[in-house]
Structures are given as C-alpha cells and as structure tokens.
Design a protein. Sequence first.
Lengths: 563, 291
Amino acid sequence: MNSDTAPRRRSSRRRVRSSYTNLAAHGEPWVWLTAGSLGTALAMIIGLLLFITARGLATFWPLPLERVQLADGRALLGEVTDREQQVDESSGETVSQRLIRTANYELTGQHYQWIDDADIIAFAKPDWATAVERLEGGRFHGTPQYFYKDGDVVATGPAATWQEFLEIHPAVRQRAAEAKSIDRHERGHVQRELRAARLAVAQAELDFGVESPEHASAMAAEADVQERAAEEMQRFDEQTATLRDENARYEIGFLTADGTDVRMPVGEVVRGWQPNMLTWPGKLAVYLDRWQEFLTDDPREANSAGGVFPAIWGTVAMTLIMAIFVAPFGVLAALYLREYASSGPITSAVRIAINNLAGVPSIVYGAFGLGFFCYVVGAGIDDLFFEASLVADNQPVFGTGGLLWASLTLALLTLPVVIVATEEALASVPNSMREGSYACGAGKWQTIRRIVLPRALPGIMTGLILAMARGAGEVAPLMLVGVKKLASELPIDGVFPFIHPEREFMHLAYLIYDVGFQSPNSQAAQPMVFTITFLLVAIIAVLNIAAIWIRGRLRRRFETQQF
Amino acid sequence: MTSSSSAKTDPTTTAFQEDRLVAVAAGIDVPSEVHEQVAEEQPVLEIDSFNLWYGSKQALHGISMPIPERQVTALVGPSGCGKSTLLRSVNRLNDLVQSVKITGDMRLNGDSIYDRRTDVIELRKRMGMVFQKPNPFPMSIYENVVYALRIDGERNRGVLDEVCERSLRGAALWDEVKDRLADSALGLSGGQQQRLCIARAIAAEPEVLLLDEPCSALDPIATGKVEDLIQELRGTYSVLMVTHNMQQASRTSDYTAFMYLGRLIEYGPTTEIFTKPILRETEAYVTGRFG
C-alpha cells in the first residue's frame, strides 16, 4: 500500500509545481488582493477610531505648566501642546518649534504662541504655577499671590492664598449656582405666566373682539399677573443681588509669568489646579471633574468650554424619535412591497426609486423638511392652534425648525435604508413557512403577523441600526430644520407638557462643525472637537450595541438547529 | 416478481411498455386504470377531471380519482409527474402561484373545493398538510401545535392544553417533548420537527391529511418513526401521501396511485398495484426498472 501511494504522491506534487507558471489559476493572488483590501479598510477604520479616542480622552488630562524665559526678555507660562521641526528657507537649517498654550488672552491677545527652541534661555516648572478655568475669557495661567476679602488683602503668598481660595470657593460656586437657578427656573416660570396671560388676551381678542367682556377680563387678568410678576421679579432681583454681592466680596490675585498682577473675583473661577504639584490621583481627580462638567453642564464661551449636556440630550432624543417614526413606516411600506404588491414593472420601478432615494444628498432632505414640514405643516398647525402666539409674539411655534421636524426629516432620509433592509429580511423568510401557515388555515395577514414578521425581525432590526447610525451622524439637513448653535431650553424637561417637540435643540454633530470651524478661538476649541467627536461616536456605538443586543436575543429565538 | 425481473430483457415487454408511456409523452390521452375496489370505498375526497396549467404548460391532465375515507392513499410516480402539484391543489396552495389556471373540480365530503363561493381559508382549516422539509414555525413547541386554533382566536387555556397533548400524542411526540413545550420548536431534531408538523396538522381534526414526501428529508431512523406514525393514523384520519419511495408506499399505504407526466396511469389497492398490476408500466415502475 505504502509503496503504491508514495510515487503517486510525488507525481501529484510535481503537477502542483508545474502550475506555478499560472498564478491566476491558483487564485493565490486574489486571496492576497481581497485580504489586502479588507486589511486596508480595517486599518483605516481602526486607526481613525484610535486617533479620535486617544485625542478625545486626552483633552481633559492636566498637562504640566512650563515657565519659559525667552532671550528677548519675555517670560511665558503655559502647557506645551505641540512640537514641530521646520526648515528655515534662508539658512537651510532645521528649526524646532513648540506650541505653548499661554492662555491669559486679555493680556496678550493670544491663547497660543509658537516659540523657537533657539530663543529659549531657561525652563522651569514652578510648583505653584496654577491653571485656572474661568467663566469668561478662557484659561488663565499664573501664580496665586493675594487673597482679598472686601478689598483687603487677607492672605499673601501662594500657599496661604490657595488655602483661602479652597475654603471660600465651594460656597461661592454654590451661591453662583443658586443665583443662576433663580434666574433660569423661577424667573422662567414667571415669564411663562406672563406669556400665557398675554396669549390669553390675544386669544380673547381673536375669538370675541376687542370690545368684548372676555377681552376685558383677560386684560384685567393680565394686569393682575403683570403686577404679581413685577413683585416677584423684584424679589428675585433682591435675592440674586444679595448672592452676587456676597460673592463679589472675595477676590484672588495672581502674578503672571511676566510679573503682571491680575485680580479676579473668586466667582469667576470654575476650577484651578497646580499641575506641577499634582500627583497621579490628583490629576485623575481633576480629569474626572472636567469630564463630569463636560457631560452634565451647559456650554460656556461659545460652546468651546463647559459641557455639552444639551447636545447629548438633543442627539439621543432626536435619534430615538426618528427611530420611532421610521421603523413602523418603513416596515409597513416594505410589507406592502414584498407581500402584497404583485411583481411587475411598477413594483420594480418603485423598488429602484426607493434605492435611488438613499443616494439623494442629505441637504436636499433638509431643504424639503424646511419647505414642507416647517413652512407648510408647521405653519398650518400654527394657524389652527397657535394663532394667538403669532399675533401676540409674532413668533411661530411649529412654523419653524424644531425637534419634531428634524426627527421627521431624518426619518424620511433613513426610510430607504429601512425599507430595503426590511424587504431583504422578508424575502429571506422561507416560503415553506408561509405555506405551512396557509395550510393551517391562516389568512395572509395572520401569516405575516405571526410567522413572517417575527422571523424577519432580526433583519428589520439590522436596517434600523443602520438607519440610526446614519441619522445620528447627519448634520447638513439638521442645520435647516431646527438644530441651533445654542438652545437654552431642552426639548424634554420638567415643565408641562414635558415634551416640547417644537423647540429648537442642540446636536453633537452640529457642535463639531460649530466648535471646530466656527469658533473664534479655534486652537483652544480643537481638543474639544476631538472630545465631542469621541462622545458622538460613543453614543452612536451605545445605541447600536443596544439594538444589536436586542437583535441577538431575537435571533437566538429563531436559530435553526438541524440534527 | 421474479418473472418480471426476467422480463427486463424481453423485447416485447419493453415495446409494450414504451407504447403506453410514449403515448403519454406524446400528449395522447391514455385512460386511467382504476381498480374496482377503489369505487367500493366511501370517498372523503373526490377529484373530478382535474386539469392544471402553469402558464401555458399543462401539468395535470384530467385526473379523476376518489380518495377513500380513513385509509392511506399514496401517490407515486417519477419526479415531475405532478403528484405534488395534485396534492397542493387539494388545499388550493397553488392559488399562491400567480400563473396557475385550472379546470375541473374536487369535492371534500361533497363540498366543492374550486367553487367560486368557497372560502379558501375555511376550506384549508378542514385539511392538514405536512411538507417535504420540516417547517416548524419560529415559536415554541406548544404554540406550533395549537397554531391552527390560535389563528381561530381560541384563548381557552384548557382547550389549548388538551389539543396540544392529544395532537402530540397522536404524532407520537408527547413523551419526548412534554417537559419542554415552551422551548423553541427549532431546537428539535429533524425527525421530531416533522412529527411536530404532523401534530400541528392533526390539531384541528382535519377531514383529510395531506403528506408531501414527509420522509424525504429525514434519516432512516426518523423515517421509520414517521412511517409507524402514518400506520397509526390510518383508521382515524384519511391520508393522502406523496412519496417516491416504493417501499414506503408498499409498507404504509392502503391504496396507491401511479402517475406519469401529469396523468393518472393506474390506481388500486396497494397490494394489487405492487403484486399484480393491470399495466406492465406500473409493474415496471414499482419494481424499479423504470423511472
């Protein structure tokens, strides 16, 4: 047996070697080509994600503050954020430069400065170099020197000053937050009452005429509300003034790197830290504190600092409302197309049209959403139900961009994705199952509802996942139908009726555009852009993972197990 | 049997056999040979000069045959002879195929199947069908069995439980699945799935049970179990079964019909069809020399 097979094996090996002359016949190069394509695509995607993650996560990590003495006598204190090598054109020598975040914009007119390494004559990392985030004016770098109470110096020297600051600061912040809360919620409440009274007058005028008793009583009621509102506003003014006066008593004085004395109210300081003295856990505390502000607070300084909470809220709300609209709509359309429509040229044409819709530029959907939803449907709703608002405030309610219209526009945009995916899912349900159901005496709809739809559900979920991913990252159409640079009120909040679909809202993807490319202080905003991008990708990933998890659970129910 | 296998080489037999089947292939009408015993039985289903076209291609040519009550009737014949088409015509599953055209009629216990006034859904509820490949629905074993009742809107848990147990016992599956009725039916083995489909088909007490090659996707052991089950169903249910396994037809059926190219060639008690058929063609086919 052995002696018989041995020569045969050798001859077959020879045959293989001879066919090396024709590589294409092997298919080996094609394996490499296809694997190479996949590998390149994967490498690019993973690289992009890693880049965004690394940059996004690094933004809030406290960097050391370096004091740099320059040959021309200037001194700078800042974070080194970038280094590069440039070739001097005249001399041909390589010059290395570093980008220093010097902050103190109000003194130098610059947030960042490029410095040639050759100009530097001395470095230092002073222990008490302090980075301060302020409510306005961006970062400040300096050394704490004096603490003032009621205008008098109560502490000198960095350690004593900072000690004093740390004692006073939380209470000051607390009072500032109280004042803000009064301004926002309690004043807002009074203003809403005023507006309601004003609208009631306008409504009475529209319904009964100017001379009518209803109008008169509405006027009287409004006067009443106005009187009460004036009183309350007065009270709020007093309350906030007390709080702010108390805060104004405390000031902190800093020395900048070049010796300038800067005095600022403690209430202006969001937080401060000494990165050169911080140990690892201390840095982590600062890092987490900044993340917490980022995730839960409102934006400051034209969105380039502070938090993005309204944008997170807007993005998630819009994506979910979009999914709620697009899922039933798309599934029903696909059901008709696949299960009821008889196949023919018209059905084919509709199918091709739907596929082509997926390729229409998204801005076109935005224009359509503005023209149809806002200006036709929204204006119609306003004419019917919110006439008083138009008359009294000259302000449309639904007749302008808002969360509802943005969600509907995106639902329209992602509809083809859902229809195509659902159709494929329906087509993949074996016909034998349909026949089995019919043979049991089930009608068409019973078969669809009990057999076809449950079986197609995982596929339909896939379509929905794709639609959500696409919708959540879309910017262009949103700019037309309701996304704003800054929206003071959330579309869902604690004020009756809790959901305000007509309100304009903020969106992370638009924030990337706004902060990254519209910001006056683009260099300082750049790290924020990475963080926002990271956050957006993370939110889309979370939404998708949730949907994939649900799909996995469904799929496990329908897994076929053959013997 | 031995004489017919020796006739394999007999030129006259071959010529005679070719006469009939060549005639059929040429589209010439050949009368069906229906044994007398068939007419003596009480029919549950009567097929009356039934013709069926897929588009312009005629798939069934003037089939007329009664299906006896509480007996197992097997349809045999080479692939493409129209036996599955005939079976699917009984519960009008062919309605789902757009290009199908029919003439003639069938009657289920005297009620016309192809009358315009017949409610197809009500009609299908009076029949049960089991397909070539097991097709359990993507739901629990319990829900699979009571599916026909569910779509009728039955909600009484007691009724459903009773039907479920009776059907599963009827399909000889109860002992194997009684502890996991809530599990997905797709987790069962192929043979169990097919018996589940039979349980589903008999849940609504059908007047006739249609089996479309119920064992062709099963391994020999599962096939044996399903065949035993068909034996047990005899006497309780009227069964019309398509098979291309001659042994299966001879083992399990009371009557056998041999079809060829959309025509009924011979129809009679299984013992006669397999031992002393009227036609040599039938003999040639059932002994495996042709087809």
